[in-house]
Unconditional design. Structure first.
Length: 579
């Protein structure tokens, strides 16, 4: 092996240092007298070289200590770095692996040495990893890629691998790899959330457009017929048709508003339930009656197959709402002259309600979304059916609240559809059959006849219509447009029931009732009070209860519902006794 030649400057410095050491020790001159000049020079030269070697050794010892310290620092950094590190040979064989890297691979470090790292890469990404190694070896530059790692526990990890070549006697690559699985999943969640927000925003815009259309359509009917009736240009038959159209339009608007309020309650988890024994056949018949007119218009054939089934625990009105929504959906999407089947059956565990139609059918891609809020199978401006896309969502919420299940099925477009409800059977005792709404209305009118009622309502049209309805039931009705007027009426009139609006300009109904209840001796008698308001939330109901109202009705209200509510607030009177 050739001896390394020192640079001239290094040799000069080394020799100068040696001479300084010899001069300090005086070694070169001690032997001088006993030796000839030539020998003395040789001896001096040897001494100089000896000192030079000692100085060199000292430098080497210091360099070794520094190298060992640097190696220790490198080893500590390599072994305990927060990400995986490995050195690979030119063919990708592992030479070294740190603790974190071995942990990501679920393997001992000693067992990884000598294995090709590419075997820890998912098969689909191995070609990309080999290309990475080739690039850094050929181009001598750093490169980073995101690949999928496959450890011995058969877990798949998303990793970011950075590689660079090292200066060494043989081709060597240093790789750093870190687990980015959580980062990737978080990114994917953000992308999904962003897509969901965009879809929700699109649905919102679509819903607002549909809502505007659905509200304006009945409003148009109301406005047109009201103007025609006001002009008096309609004969008796057309007048009756106009009145029927106005009633239908008003009911459509009321249903739309009720659906929106129900969705609000469902979202807030405050869907009210009045649970008692329910006869599902009665629920089914009431639902059929609700869609009868619309079905007749389209000449649909509705078949009812109502088997004897056990009673269940539930809310009769809510269950009727759910079944009506399914029937309304079937009527809406069934062509003229089509068929609809309503079947009620049971087994040991459940009472089942099935609505099957021969209508437009449902695309398989739409089936999973049918019960989503505001979902419209056809949301275009050319759609042939109306509605807000809330009926099925409300039906599902009602069924779920009864611990039941609801499903939809169709063979495809043009092949009809089937909706099924399953409700758990209740072993509760039988209950008396509820009277019909007509019977309730007659009973209410007989109870109201001869009573005194005070109506407080700031809207003139509503005030007049309420006064007319209650007067036709035989009551002595006084009306007031606000709190001050009501207090004047109460100066010489003692009503049996107060029917009061809540939102009024001068004084709201809750404050008015408190003032009435706190009056002097003549007003100390607790007047039963009915709140008749457009405010329908549970918070509003709680507020009127706290103010002292015994009943809370939401506008618009059916005549039968109003008469029944007023009658229920009246005390029982002995037979033959009147006010």
């Amino acid at each position: 092996m050739a001896k390394r030649k020192r640079p001239p400057s290094e040799s000069s410095e080394l020799r100068q240092r040696a001479l300084e050491i010899l001069h300090e020790e005086g070694a070169a001159g001690d032997e001088g007298p006993s030796l000839n000049l030539s020998a003395a020079r040789a001896f001096q030269e040897l001494e100089i070289h000896k000192v030079e070697l000692e100085v060199q050794n000292e430098h080497l010892r210091q360099s070794r200590v520094e190298l060992e310290a640097a190696l220790d620092r490198y080893t500590q950094l390599f072994d305990f770095a927060p990400i995986g590190y490995a050195t690979l040979s030119g063919d990708g064989t592992v030479r070294e692996m740190n603790h974190v890297g071995a942990g990501l691979l679920f393997e001992q470090r000693a067992r990884l040495v000598g294995k090709r790292f590419v075997l820890s890469i998912a098969p689909a990404d191995r070609a990309s990893f080999n290309e990475l190694l080739s690039n850094v070896l050929v181009n001598v530059r750093k490169e980073t890629r995101e690949l999928e790692l496959m450890n011995v526990a058969d877990e798949r990890l998303q990793v970011r691998i950075s590689a660079c070549s090292l200066v060494a006697a043989e081709p060597t690559v240093l790789i750093a790899f870190e687990d980015i699985t959580a980062e990737r999943r978080a990114s994917e969640r953000l992308l999904r959330a962003d897509a969901a927000l965009r879809e929700a925003d699109r649905r919102k815009d679509e819903f607002l457009a549909v809502l505007s259309h659905e509200l304006r359509t009945p409003l148009s009917t109301l406005l047109v017929y009201a103007q025609l009736l006001k002009k008096g240009v309609l004969d008796d038959a057309k007048t009756q048709a106009g009145l029927d159209a106005i009633e239908r339009a008003a009911r459509v608007q009321a249903r739309l508003i009720d659906d929106l309020l129900d969705i609000s309650r469902i979202i807030a988890g405050k869907l009210s339930m009045n649970v008692r024994p329910v006869e599902m056949n009665h629920v089914a018949k009431a639902a059929l009656a609700a869609v009868e007119k619309e079905a007749e218009k389209k000449q649909l054939h509705i078949t009812a197959d109502l088997a004897a089934v056990p009673r269940i625990w539930g809310d009769t009105e809510r269950l009727q709402q759910a079944v009506t929504n399914l029937l309304t959906n079937a009527v809406k999407f069934t062509r003229h002259g089509g068929d609809i089947l309503l079947r009620v059956s049971s087994n040991a565990q459940h009472v089942m309600v099935e609505v099957k139609d021969s209508g437009a059918g449902i695309d398989k891609e739409a089936l999973p979304h049918l019960f989503e809020r505001f979902y419209q199978v056809d949301g275009t401006s050319t759609r042939t059916t109306g509605g807000l896309g809330l009926g099925l969502s409300i039906a599902r919420a009602i069924v779920v609240a009864h611990h039941g299940g609801i499903t939809a099925w169709s063979e495809g477009l043009g092949k009809g559809s089937k909706f099924s409800i399953a409700l758990p059977v209740s072993a509760s005792p039988n209950a008396a059959v509820a009277p019909s709404s007509h019977a309730l209305s007659q009973l209410a009118e007989s109870k109201i006849r001869g009573t005194r009622l005070l109506v407080v309502e700031d809207d003139a049209g509503t005030r007049e219509s309420l006064t007319e309805v209650l007067s036709m039931a035989g009551a002595d009705v006084r009306a007031a447009e606000g709190g001050a007027a009501a207090m004047r009426v109460l100066g010489d009139f003692r009503p049996d029931v107060l029917v009061c609006d809540i939102a009024m300009p001068d004084e709201d109904g809750c404050a008015l009732l408190r003032r009435i209840r706190a009056r002097g001796p003549r007003g100390q008698r607790k007047i039963p009070a009915l709140a008749l308001t457009a405010f329908a939330s549970e918070v509003d109901r709680q507020r009127t209860r706290e103010a002292g109202f015994e009943t809370h009705l939401v506008k618009p209200v059916a005549i039968e519902q109003l008469l029944t509510a007023v009658a229920n607030l009246l005390p029982e009177r002995p037979a033959g006794m009147s006010n």
